[in-house]
Design a protein around this ligand. Structure first.
Ligand SMILES: Cc1ncc(COP(=O)(O)O)c(C=O)c1O
Length: 421
């Protein structure tokens, strides 16, 4: 019976793949879950087995993703935002970062890089990004370090790895931990070493638009056994670190508890941010395809580079730093200030032609309503951050951007630029 269901799903998903693209009518999306029957059937397998919460598949996904990134441990959670919230909480709990300390972050990024810093009683210190990579500037990091600095938190923006070799050298010199936000940069690497394997801790998101997805999901990566234990406990109510699902239970005794069921002994204050086996099923299958999914994105980006190079007078194309594997979460374009049109003009034109676009996430986060009146520090003039906020946008590179779709996209760019000959 199960096999019959799986066979039918395969038939359904194969037929679905063949949906035709009608230029101008179909939408060229910025992100989409690139699923085949494998993901759906593995999730169905969990549903049919009725093991739908955190279980064996989460453990399998954690092990396989950690091996891919190159870390000893992976601790799966329900989103990248939760991964950031938890990672900062365990750094404090383990005494690696003091409450009230400053955390150096890029000013141009996503909101749940910053909110968890404040929610954990830390102070975000905003520094500028570099031109081209749009990643945190190592020079700006070093200039922002004071005796209050507790942590450096680089973000690998839109698939482009930050300059981790320079950042790790600064961290070592000042004896500071590094927490990498890799939520937008699965597969990205610096000189063959994957992002997420440089810092004390790192975080990934598996939200829909990302290079691989579990719908919602995230993971904390680390080589540190103490941080791993804390992360496992804190993601699950603050349970006993030694507690393991499925093991015979003993009865816990200390000065105040007597013969108590260890399942309900809470060692620290925690959250419930667990991943379910249904989501992990999707992740296990997506991970098998991750390199191919990223290769596709690189091919689309290369195609765009070849065809949009002729507009470089007005559009700045994304740069790939030497030695970097850029995994192209999106294809980022910056409208130069000398251009005869604005970012709004070109974005409107693309959207009118059913090509989805997105802004550079939260842009300059110090301007966002959420952080007005909060305890933050702005360490420099954020000139590049403001340029990116006002003048960049990105378009999709995922596997459903077929040859036909990418040709349509560059044709629409040609049509737009024909107005300015
Ligand atoms: C840099 C960055 N960090 C964290 C997150 C949060 O991830 P999630 O959407 O899975 O909560 C995102 C969102 O995509 C992000 O872009």
């Amino acid at each position: 019976m199960k096999e019959k269901i799986f066979e039918l799903v395969k038939e359904y998903m194969d037929a679905r793949k063949q949906e035709p693209f009608t230029p101008g009518k179909s939408i060229v999306k910025v992100g989409a879950p690139c699923f085949g029957h494998e993901e759906i059937n593995n999730a169905l397998d969990s549903l049919l087995s009725l093991w739908i919460s955190q279980g064996k598949k989460v453990i399998q996904f954690e092990k396989e993703y950690a091996a891919y990134v190159g870390t000893k441990h992976g601790i799966a959670v329900n989103s990248g935002s939760s991964a950031n919230l938890l990672a900062l909480a365990i750094l404090i709990k383990a005494g690696r970062v003091k409450k009230g300390a400053e955390v150096i972050v890029p000013a141009a990024t996503f909101t749940t890089v910053i909110s968890p810093i404040i929610q954990n009683g830390l102070v975000p210190v905003f520094v500028d990004i570099e031109d081209g990579s749009y990643n945190i500037s190592p020079t700006a990091i070093e200039a922002a370090i004071t005796e209050n600095t507790g942590l450096i938190m680089p973000v690998h923006s839109l698939g482009c790895p930050a300059d981790m070799e320079a950042i790790m050298a600064i961290a070592e010199k000042h004896n500071l931990p590094v927490f990498e936000d890799c939520c937008e940069a699965h597969s990205a690497a610096v000189n063959g070493k994957r992002v997420g394997s440089f810092g004390t801790l790192s975080a990934f998101s598996f939200f829909v638009a990302h290079n691989m997805t579990t719908g919602e999901g995230g993971m904390i990566m680390t080589n540190d056994d103490e941080l791993e234990d804390l992360a496992r406990s804190m993601r699950e109510f603050g349970r006993l670190k030694k507690y393991e699902e499925g093991k015979p239970r003993f009865y816990f005794t200390d000065e105040q508890l007597k013969d108590y069921d260890e399942r309900y002994v809470f060692e620290i204050m925690g959250y419930n941010v667990r991943m379910s086996d249904i989501h992990a099923s999707l992740g296990i299958e997506q991970l098998k395809k991750l390199d191919a999914l990223t290769d596709h994105r690189i091919q689309v980006a290369t195609f765009y580079e070849q065809h949009l190079k002729k507009y470089e007078k007005h559009l700045q194309l994304p740069a790939t730093p030497a030695g970097a594997l850029h995994s192209f979460y999106g294809y980022t374009l910056l409208v130069k200030d000398t251009a005869p049109f604005t970012r709004t003009d070109i974005v409107r034109f693309l959207e009118e032609h059913n090509i989805e676009t997105r802004a550079f996430l939260g842009g300059n986060l110090t301007l966002q309503p959420a952080y007005r009146g909060e305890h933050i520090r702005v360490a420099d003039d954020l000139a590049m951050t403001n340029n990116v906020m006002n003048n960049t946008f990105f378009i999709g590179t995922h596997s459903y951007v077929t040859e036909e779709q990418r040709q349509y996209v560059v044709d629409v760019f040609d049509k737009f630029f024909a107005q300015y000959d």
